[in-house]
Design a protein around this ligand. Structure first.
Ligand code: EPZ
Length: 426
């Protein structure tokens, strides 16, 4: 397994362009199953997860071609309705094939996605929503087996919230089923993350009738058929924020371009409270060399609250702040695998249930650390870039899932990150 060897203490400079959003493009790719016409998506990031999902769609009868960052999907064969375990188990986002297959083919057999380091990752709300639309669903032998009524799915009023708030992929799944259901569907407590908005906008470009896009209440009037579309994916707000944290942690002036600042309001609010100096424009941010930041308290919440996908990166930043910060994780209460690894770099962090108490220190010191999930890996790379001496981040395949050539792009800004392939004995 590849690992990164990082030389800490280097200043950054220059400009980095943000790629298309991983979490927007994955459900949008699944929308190709809703029509036999071509769906062309521009601005697709070159990520393992994208390549992987494209492979699954091919298994499900979709022809896939790509030219640069433009990918073309066209469903030509609708016989298959099973998303196999060996593909789904490696990437939870593939669960969003469930809704489209059910809506278009009347049948879907998708492996249960399984858990991950963030916790159990249930899909009860996905199934609740699809059952409300008339699907008969059995869960056995590790598979979700769903069958639509003989006349097809029927619109319904659905509350799709849990004690953790809305569900992003659950909303995507039910939305993609409802657009072809007969009659009107109302999804209350729908997720309104920019990635869900982007999917909804793409579905409207395909002929779907959706009201309330961007709100927690979506009203969908089903249509018999959808057409193809040509859609450009939104920039990845989590990647943009990760680069901004890199600039602030290394006390550098860098420009992060091709982003949407309006997708990161809660994140900027906390950074400004901590004393970060940035020149924020609608599609680019310039970080300014800032002295030690102040500590802050923040809680991760559904959009527009502070994103859980930025919690690890913000923790890395706060390990060097003045005073004591308190981080409360309300979306995935166990999402603190990165804390123990940051402590190996000298960070001072204490867990208290869904909270992490971070006492800022003057410096971090390099050490070997282990990546555990996509965003934790990013946090460890950021910390390694400022820790004194050398940091080795193992299992960087996690980071390759969500960040395109991250070490090349950070090195182009002045970082020193070497990707080391495993030796014969590893
Ligand atoms: C999406 O996951 C993202 N993944 C996650 O990003 C992100 O952290 C998460 O949304 C929250 O924003 C993709 O888009 C591929 P949820 P998702 O359903 O949809 C509970 C990354 O790093 N829940 O919104 O699976 C759940 O346990 C990844 O890019 C239920 O209880 O997350 C959690 O506590 C990590 N029942 C909360 O809801 C359900 O049926 C929010 O989860 C579904 C979810």
């Amino acid at each position: 397994m590849d690992r990164f060897v990082i030389e800490g203490g280097r200043r950054l400079s220059g400009t980095v362009d943000v790629r298309g959003s991983k979490n927007a493009v994955l459900p949008i790719m699944a929308a190709a199953l809703l029509t036999r016409e071509p769906l062309v998506i521009e601005g697709v990031p070159d990520l393992r997860d994208v390549r992987f999902y494209a492979k699954l769609l091919q298994v499900l009868g979709c022809e896939v071609s790509s030219e640069g960052s433009t990918m073309r999907f066209q469903t030509c064969n609708e016989e298959e309705h099973t998303a196999p375990y060996d593909l789904v188990s490696k990437m939870r986002g593939t669960v969003t094939t469930l809704g489209p297959l059910l809506a278009r083919r009347g049948r879907a057999r998708v492996s249960l996605p399984g858990g991950c380091v963030l916790g159990v990752r249930p899909i009860d709300l996905h199934l609740k929503g699809l059952r409300a639309l008339g699907a008969k669903i059995k869960v056995e032998h590790g598979y979700i087996d769903a069958v639509a009524p003989p006349g097809g799915l029927v619109g319904a009023e659905i509350f799709l919230g849990s004690s953790f708030g809305p569900t992003v992929l659950g909303t995507a799944n039910v939305l993609m089923a409802a657009v072809l259901a007969r009659g009107k569907t109302v999804i209350e407590c729908a997720a309104c993350e920019p990635e869900v908005v982007d999917l909804a906008r793409c579905l409207v470009e395909m002929g779907a009738q959706i009201e309330g896009i961007g709100s927690h209440r979506l009203v969908i009037h089903g249509v018999p058929e959808l057409t193809g579309a040509h859609h450009r994916v939104i920039p990845d707000r989590i990647e943009a924020a990760t680069f901004i944290v890199a600039g602030l942690m290394t006390r550098s002036e860098i420009t992060v371009r091709n982003m949407r600042s309006d997708h990161l309001t809660a994140f900027f609010d906390k950074l400004l409270e901590a004393g970060a100096e940035m020149d924020i424009a609608p599609t680019r941010v310039i970080t300014k060399p800032t002295e030690r930041l102040n500590s802050v308290e923040f809680t991760t919440l559904a959009y527009p609250g502070f994103p859980t996908d930025l919690q690890a990166q913000m923790m890395a930043l706060l390990t060097l702040s003045k005073g004591v910060s308190v981080i409360t994780e309300r979306i995935f209460p166990d999402r603190f695998m990165h804390a123990s690894e940051l402590m190996r770099l000298g960070a001072n962090i204490r867990r208290e249930g869904p909270m992490a108490i971070v006492e800022g220190s003057e410096r971090l010191s390099g050490a070997p650390v282990m990546a555990s999930d996509l965003r934790a890996s990013a946090a460890l790379v950021l910390a390694g870039m400022v820790a004194e001496g050398e940091t080795e981040v193992q299992r960087v395949y996690h980071i390759d899932r969500g960040y395109e050539r991250i070490e090349e792009r950070l090195n182009a800004l002045g970082a020193s990150i070497r990707r080391v392939n495993p030796g014969p004995h590893e």
